[in-house]
Each structure stands twice: as structure tokens, then as C-alpha cells.
Design a protein around this ligand. Sequence first.
Ligand code: ADP
Ligand code: MG
Length: 733
Amino acid sequence: MPLNNAQDLSSRQHVKMPHDLSSGQEGISLLSPVRNLNGVGERVADRLSRLGITTIKDLLFHLPMRYQDRTHILPIGSLKIGDEAVIQGEVLLTEVRFGRRRMLLSRISDGTGSLTLRFFHFTARQKENLARGTWIRCFGEVRKGSATLEMIHPEYRRIDKETVVEVDEYLTPVYPTTEGVRQPILRTLISKALDILGSELAGNSINADIAAGDGAVLQDWIPPKVLESLDLPLLEQAIRFAHRPSPETSISSLQDNSHPMLRRLAFEELLVHQLCFKQLRRKTQRHTAPSFNVQGKLMKKFLEQLPFALTPAQRKVIGDIINDFAVNHPMQRLVQGDVGSGKTVVAAATVLHAVEAGYQAVVMAPTEILAEQHYRNFATWLKPLNIEVAWLTGKSKGKARREILESLVSGHAAVAIGTHALFQDDVEFAKLGYVVIDEQHRFGVHQRLILREKGKHQGCYPHQLIMTATPIPRTLAMTAYADLDISVINELPPGRQAVTTVIVPDMRRDEVLQRVRQVCGNGRQIYWVCTLIEESESLQCQAAIDTADQLRQDFPELNIGLVHGRIKTQEKECVMSAFKEGRIDLLVATTVVEVGVDVPNASLMVVENAERLGLAQLHQLRGRIGRGSEKSTCVLMYHPPLSVQGKARLAALRDTSDGFEIARRDMELRGPGEILGTRQTGMLEFRVADLLRDQDLIPQVSNTADLLLARFPERAKVIVRRWLGNAAQYGSV
Ligand code: ADP
Ligand code: MG
């Protein structure tokens, strides 16, 4: 039979000949290197290792991304656009069409309908093979064509109308590939691995010894009770199924992972992740940290001088932290709280606890602006208590910088506020005991570990508190921060005004300007935010400058200020304080105000090109208003047309002011990777699991991880190793 296409259907016939393949492969076990398989030379082995495959067992854990159904031949008349299907029929007509692009068109029919095959690359031979009257079988995606449905570059082969040609026995897995290792090779190799698994089955009993090697490779180490309660099958069944789903399986249940077999795999994959993180946490917990057993006099004084009382949620979180401090192991705690829930005060109060115990504390912020704001707050709060606060950023240079470093190493400054600059190599502390990291939800576990190591001093680790800028859904937090304890500030201080949010296209700018006039007429102030243009800070600054010019023309009677990333700190401070004191009516700003000042008199915020920002960032921005007694409004201007998703995102923001709810919707719309910003770190990339879809599993996964680590640590190790192989390095840096 002639092969007309490189990816001809016959390349998958391995499925039907397991016995041929196992010949000459005796003595091979699942733990043998892939190199031992017939047909795997050094080059292929090398390429496989790029996919994380070094042993035959690893092939079993190389799970399909999706499936194709080549188990039935569908009548052409029943095809729908988007189907991937096997069809067969007789060629009615084949011709070369000359147009903007030369192409080969072949019309086929099976009596129920006709369909066009379209080839942009073809040979004369191919055209001959598709002569009128020939019978062919094709596999491809069904698309809409001008006259009939079409398949573009389908896989196909000629068949003999008289003899019955078999279809596949199983749904066809589609695997992640890498250069030089294509689907057919992977399918063949994985099939061999399944055959080896089959022949080893006899040795696989529930009581298998952990050390028993092969027999235990696919042993179920998840307690049967857990599997029963979730109605999940055994691992081995699930693995077999994932590679060879039976033809009656619904493709959609595979595609969306709702199939119990795939959920079983997702469960274990998530479990592996939890085990790694929790192991890491246990390791951390074995380290020594200073214990701060003090009365809390400083904290008490500080709280007494505040113009408000703490909310019960703030008190609870401070309590959690003080409890952690009392133990001589490093705290690793995450505080989640909505914008404006008062995390800074929590940080300050607990910093004072450390200081009272005779230790230094650092507060690290992600941006210069935020560091500056924290510095101002801390200096105001702590100076009356006679506590020296140092401020170190990337902009601290020369003599000033040397003096700051000196005050830290001598211990003269008890508290340091700053950016990443705090963790440069030449920054040393006399007695660092507590590290607060603000707004670093974009931090992956590796960065957290690096910071922890940096704070290490004479075998002692500082306590670490991480405060997130934006809340993330609980199950996501349990996964991304499985190495941390989590506290939540779940209420806002009393008396906050709800902000009304409106969404308008930028054609209606005039109406927005009218609103501006009104608000200023009432003596209130306004933020006008210009958003990021293609990630370029300088373009963003220019946009803000242009907007300010325009608004100055529109409103000659108003005092219009401007801040952006290019303006010198001193000047920025001048503008900010002028805004704060009401000498500026309208402040044009880039997103730097996201974490900016507190101006209760500002009651209107206009955000230009709001569709460019993430929900969380918009929520942060909006948190700048609604801080006074006046009813506040946030106008989200967008540039039409807005995508369906874009609409949904802005609507989510309009409909709720609850940061946790916004985070939940953001996760649904953009996926967990975008929200965490950790996609690039690869920490949350799963083969089968999907944090959004499988979130209901996560609490159980977390409990199971705890159970395994407490009662069966050996099993935990085996589970991790079989999924991650030698890459299982989460636990060590
Ligand atoms: P965030 O959690 O977003 O970091 P901040 O710590 O900046 O919030 O606090 C927002 C504002 O709320 C600040 O002006 C702060 O002084 C004020 N604040 C904090 N806690 C309380 C409270 N318990 N009662 C009233 N106002 C508070
Ligand atoms: Mg804050």
C-alpha cells in the first residue's frame, strides 16, 4: 500500500502487534533505561531525556495532552465543523487549482455526502494516486469550505474497496513531543512500556514491598479509603487507560479531564506537588530561628498611638504571627488580605515584637514607590518609640548608601525598609530576626528560598512573613503556597465606602470630562490613570505627559499634577504631597499610584485603556478611592472593540468589590498561571492536573499529603520519584 503522506495512518499500527515488539526484549524491566528498548539509540535517548524520560517507567508517566478518535469511520454526511474524524470514500474528482496559491483539490464521497481535501503542498505522484475512482481513508479536522466541508492536508491512504481495513482499537493519544521525537515514535515506545507493564503485572500485589522495584512502580500508595471516597480507580488502571482509552469513551470527558481515570492521575500529580512543598516546609521547620518571647510592650504602645482600633481579623493574624514567633523554628506565613484591609499595620506591629526581643527586621517591597510609602509610615510610627528606621533602595548610592549599610551592620537601625536592594550581597545585619515581604504574590518558591538563605545568620534563620497584594482563591493558595501557613484578613476596617464602577468606551470621553468638572466643582479630587502601553515604561510616561497636556487644555481652571516612573523622587514626593493637601485637583499618573498615597478626598478615578490591565491590578488601583466619606466612582474607559473575555473581565470588576471574588473570576478567565505570574517558573505546570478544573480535589489532596508524610514518609518519596524521576528537586535549592 503506498504511503502518500509522511504521517500516514499506518504509522500507528503498533497497537496491534505487541507480541512482535516484546521479542528480543527479555530481561527488561520498567526501571531499565529507555536506551534498552529496541529502536532507542543514543540520540533518541538523549532527546527523550528532554521530555523527562530516562527510564521505561517514565514513558508510562508521559501522559497524552489530548486524544483523537480513529476507532470509527464516520459517514461524511454526519460530520460537523471542528470534528477530528476518520472517513473513507471514493474520489470523484481531483484537480489542480491555480489561484493566488496553487493547490490540489480532491472531492470524495461515501454516499452520505461529499467532502473536499485541500493540499497546498503536493507532488505529481500524489495527484495520480488520487485519481477519480480511487478509494481512500482519511483522518483530519473538518473545516468549513466554500462548497462542501473540507480537510486541509489530512492524513490519508488508498484502500481497497473490497477488503475490510481495520480501524484502531483504542482512541489515539496525542503526546507532548520535542524536536526529533514525534508522535509515532512516542506512541510506539509507550506501547512497548505498556507491554512490559503487562508482563510484570503478576508481581504487583497490594502488599508489595516499597523496595521491591518494578512490582511497586505503579503500586497505589494512596490510602484506599481516600480513593473510595472520591470514587477514583487504581493508578495502574488509570495509567493504562490514559494511554489506551477504549473506543466507547467520550472524547469530551477526556478533553475536560472529567473522566475518573484522568482525575485519578490529576489527583496523584497534585499530590506530588503538595508532597514536595510540604517536605520543603518540614525541612524549613527543622531549622532554628530566634524565639521572641517578649511582653509586647512596644507593640502595645504603637497600637495605642494609632488613631483607630484594629479589626478583629487584624488582631487574629497578629496573634497567629506571635504564636509562630514563640517557637524557635522559622515562621513561614502568608497573609492574604484585600486591598485596604490593613496589612501594613499588621507588619508594623509584629516588627515591633521582633525589635523588642532585640532583633532587627526588614520590610521588603517590590517597587521603589511602595518601599517609600512604607518607609514614611514606619518612620512616622516608630520614631516616637525611639526606633531607628533605615531606608535602602536601588537608588541609594555612594556615601548615603554606606551610612545605611553601616547602621544595619552595627545594629543601630533596628528596622530596614526597602526594595530587593536589601538583599544584595554587601548588605549585612547585626541580628536579623524577621523578614516581611510585601505584595510579592509573584514570588515563586525559589525566590522565597533564596531570601530565606540570605537572612541566615550563624545557623539561625529569620522568621518570614509574606503579604499578598491581591487575594487568590483558597485552593490556588493551598497549591502555590503549599510550603507556607496561611492567614487571611477577611474584613475591611469599618466605614469604608463602596466604590461605584462604570465601564465606558473611550468615544464617550466627553461625558467623562463633564464628570470631572462636576467632581472638582464639589471640591473633590481625581486620579486619572494612564495604563501600560506594550510594556514600555517610556511610552507609558509619554502617554501620561500627553494626557496631562490635553487635560490642562480642557480644564485651564484646574490644577493638574503629573507623576510617572521617570519623574525624580523628590519631585514626585512634592506632587504627591500637593495632591494629598488638596493643592492639586486632578492627578494624572501611570500605574505607579497602584500602591500610592492615601487621599481620602479623592472620589473619582478614571482609568484609560482599562482593558489592558489585569483584574487584580485594576482592583488595586480602585482601592485608592473610596477612602473618605464621599461616595466614589471608578470609570473604566476602554478602547473598542472589546473581546468577549475583555468584557467579562471589566464586568467582573463592576459587579463586585470583593478581592477574593475578583481573584476567583480572574482565575476562571485567565487561568491560574496568569494570576500567580509564576508560569515562567514552571512550578505549577502539570501534565494532567488543571488547577482550575481540579480545584475541588485540592483540599483532599492536601490532607492526603499530610497523612502520607506523617504516617508513610517512604511512600511519599516513592510517589514523588515516580512522577518526577531525578527532577524531584523541589526540596533542595
Ligand atoms: P493594605 O492591606 O492594602 O496594605 P494598608 O495597610 O495600606 O492596606 O491600609 C489601608 C488604610 O487603612 C491605611 O490608611 C491604614 O492606616 C488604614 N487602616 C488599617 N487598619 C485600620 C483599622 N483597623 N481601622 C481603620 N483604618 C485602618
Ligand atoms: Mg499594602
